[in-house]
Structure formats: structure tokens, C-alpha cells
Design a protein around this ligand. Structure first.
Ligand SMILES: NC(=O)c1ccc[n+]([C@@H]2O[C@H](COP(=O)([O-])OP(=O)(O)OC[C@H]3O[C@@H](n4cnc5c(N)ncnc54)[C@H](O)[C@@H]3O)[C@@H](O)[C@H]2O)c1
Length: 344
């Protein structure tokens, strides 16, 4: 049996808790939140213990694995504390707010011989996996370019309910690090191409109440002359399906929200829909749009922990996306092209 604990009983936590409870070999021992009422209510609902101090919880409970669902700036210290106790870590995206801290998380987990895995659950979408397979087995030829469009809605009200979202020191940015990170990660996952250089603009256009960007656009130069152009903002009137379109030597392939479409150069057309069986019910009021796949990723991590094998989204792998995100901010702030180190 894998003993689990969770830190941060906020909006994303039910997806983790429901996932843990669906795994036969796992038990949720305890949850923690600095807001006692949240921790207590979550513990009552899920029949486990609760704490308001994460260090006390980890020291007393000694779980095998901890799920970190807290504000971004806390992922680093919580990961390092858990790793030093020999506890495997599953952290929500982004790994951290800085590349340096993310590197230190990887180092700490490695030296303490524990797994570090990051929630990029959209890598487990049916359409994403199909496109990746087609791309990597050569059926689409070389990828030449990708276009990424994320036009979502995060209202002033969304930001006003949070003490950390919309701030540089706690969220680490806005639409790029919080929303577009999934789509930017998917481009690399689907093509296998590492980013080398980035040139970006970041702006706050429509959110007076926050200090971070709500719009970003730019170009990412990747290995093998593959280029990614992105446009992302969170002041649209609704969450439109994300649009990632690849121009490849032998066709055009798109991810549109949960669906995939491939137009091969020989005229064949394949579509990969979201199936009923892919829709996981996480309970009432839990998000029903893009990003159903927490359960699949978490189940996969638990299996790998049990078998002592490598997870699909390891800390080392997620570090490349973290460096890209921080490079977008650096370029946006300095107005200069930024060279990444991990792509080399
Ligand atoms: N993978 C996804 O699709 C997805 C979607 C939404 C959020 N997230 C990520 O999940 C994480 C949490 O986001 P959220 O929307 O649930 O935020 P939230 O603000 O709703 O919840 C965070 C919780 O952490 C608690 N907390 C803060 N400091 C703490 C501490 N020191 N010890 C214990 N608890 C503490 C807060 O009280 C709050 O309940 C973020 O990293 C976010 O980016 C991921």
C-alpha cells in the first residue's frame, strides 16, 4: 500500500484526492492547509487526518508520497523538505517560479533517491498521445513549425479571490506560467524538439488588479530548425479550446482542446475525439473542460514508484519547460532574445 499525503486543499486538490482514492494500492493518510477550516473539511470528507503545518504532517505521518498543490513559490521548499525525509514528490505545475529553484528540486530529489514528478496531465490526452506517436514514428515527416493559441478567461474576480495569483513573487507570472504552460509543454512533448532560443513580448492589457502579464506572444527556436509561434492571453470572454497546430513535411496536425485532427499530404484525414471513457468524474463543481487526465498521470506515477521505474513527467524533463517559461519572462522583460542552456 502506498501512503499518501497532500498539501494545499484548494481548487485543484479534489482532482488529486479523487485520483488517490481511485488507486487500489493507495491510501490518503492526511491533508494539510494553513486554512484550518479547509483542511478539516477536506479531512472529514475523505476520512483522513488533517494538519495546518506541512512539516509536522510529513514528520509525523512519514508518507511514501506527497502531493504538493500549493501556490507556486512554495513548491521548491516543500519538495526539498519532503525529499530530505525520503518522501516521493508529485508537484503541481509549474515546478517553481524560478529555473534555479527548479534545478535545486531535481538535485535534492536525485540525491535523496526519491521520485520527482510534475503534473502535466494533458500529456496523457488521447489526441496528444496519438499525435506524438505519429510525429515520432515519422508518419508526418519532420515538424517544421507550430502555432500555439491560448485564449482563456481569468476574470478580475478569479484574481481577487486569491492572495497569490497575479503576483510576481508568489505566482511567478500570469498567463504564461499558469495557463499557457500546458500548451508550451505539449509542443515539446509531441515533437521531442528542445527549445534553444526565445524572443517574447509580455503585457498586462486588461487586468488592472494584477501586476503580472495577461498576454504574451513570441517565437521559440528549437532544434532542427523547428519554430514555435505562440499567442496567449487570459482576457477572452470564455475558455476557447486551446489550438496547437503543427506544419510537418507530410501533413498538418492539430490539437483543438480535447480533440486531434491530422490531414496527411496524401489526402487522408484522421480525427481523434475525446471518448466518453476518457471523462473522469472528479465530483460536483470540478472542472469539466480541458485537463481531465490527473487520474491517468497520478496512477502512472504510483505504478512507477511501486516498480521503482521512471515516471513519464520526471523533474529533469519538466525542467526544460521551466527553463523555457523563465526565458519567456526574461525576454519579455529585457526585450532581448534569450538562449536556453538545456536545449544544447
Ligand atoms: N494541472 C492543472 O491543470 C492545474 C489547474 C489548476 C491549478 N493547478 C496548480 O495547482 C496549484 C494550486 O492551485 P489552486 O488553484 O488549487 O490554488 P488555491 O489557491 O485554490 O489553493 C492553494 C491552497 O494552498 C494553501 N496553502 C498556502 N500556503 C500553504 C502552506 N504553507 N501550507 C499548506 N497549505 C498552504 C492555501 O490555503 C490554499 O488552500 C498551483 O500550482 C496551480 O498552478 C494546476
Amino acid at each position: 500500500m502506498i501512503k499518501a499525503a497532500l498539501i494545499g486543499c484548494g481548487r485543484i486538490s479534489p482532482l488529486h484526492i479523487v485520483s488517490i482514492k481511485r488507486i487500489k494500492e493507495a491510501e490518503l493518510a492526511a491533508v494539510c492547509d494553513i486554512k484550518e477550516e479547509r483542511a478539516e473539511n477536506t479531512a472529514k470528507e475523505h476520512n483522513c487526518k488533517y494538519y495546518t503545518d506541512y512539516k509536522e504532517m510529513l514528520l509525523k505521518e512519514r508518507p511514501d508520497v506527497v502531493h504538493i498543490c500549493t501556490p507556486h513559490h512554495l513548491h521548491h521548499e516543500m519538495t526539498v523538505f519532503a525529499a530530505e525525509l525520503g518522501i516521493h514528490v508529485i508537484t503541481e505545475k509549474p515546478m517553481s517560479i524560478s529555473y534555479e529553484e527548479a534545478k535545486s528540486m531535481v538535485k535534492s530529489c536525485k540525491s535523496n533517491n526519491v521520485t520527482l514528478s510534475v503534473m502535466f496531465q494533458n500529456r496523457f490526452n488521447r489526441a496528444v498521445r496519438f499525435l506524438r506517436k505519429e510525429m515520432l514514428n515519422g508518419n508526418l515527416g519532420k515538424p517544421l513549425a507550430a502555432r500555439v493559441i491560448v485564449t482563456w478567461n481569468r476574470s478580475d474576480e478569479y484574481y481577487s479571490h486569491s492572495g497569490w495569483k497575479g503576483t510576481w513573487d508568489k505566482e511567478g507570472g500570469g498567463v504564461v506560467i499558469d495557463q499557457a504552460i500546458h500548451s508550451l509543454d505539449l509542443v515539446r512533448y509531441i515533437t521531442g524538439k528542445k527549445p534553444l532560443k526565445v524572443e517574447a513580448n509580455i503585457l498586462n492589457r486588461r487586468h488592472n488588479s494584477i501586476e503580472v502579464e495577461d498576454m504574451a506572444e513570441g517565437v521559440i527556436e528549437c532544434e532542427d530548425n523547428f519554430t514555435v509561434s505562440f499567442y496567449t492571453m487570459n482576457y477572452f470572454t470564455c475558455d476557447l479550446p486551446i489550438d496547437i497546430t503543427f506544419h510537418c513535411e507530410k501533413g498538418i496536425a492539430s490539437i483543438l482542446g480535447d480533440e486531434g485532427i491530422i490531414l496527411y499530404e496524401d489526402g487522408r484525414r484522421t480525427s481523434i475525439p475525446l471518448l466518453e471513457e476518457d471523462k473522469i468524474d472528479y465530483g460536483n463543481n470540478i472542472k469539466k473542460y480541458w485537463g481531465y487526465y490527473h487520474f491517468i498521470e497520478i496512477k502512472n506515477i504510483y505504478e512507477n514508484i511501486q516498480n521503482n521505474s521512471s515516471v513519464e513527467v520526471s523533474g529533469e524533463d519538466a525542467l526544460i519547460t521551466q527553463e523555457l517559461i523563465n526565458a519567456i519572462y526574461q525576454s519579455g522583460k529585457t526585450k532581448e532574445k534569450v538562449t536556453l542552456t538545456l536545449g544544447k
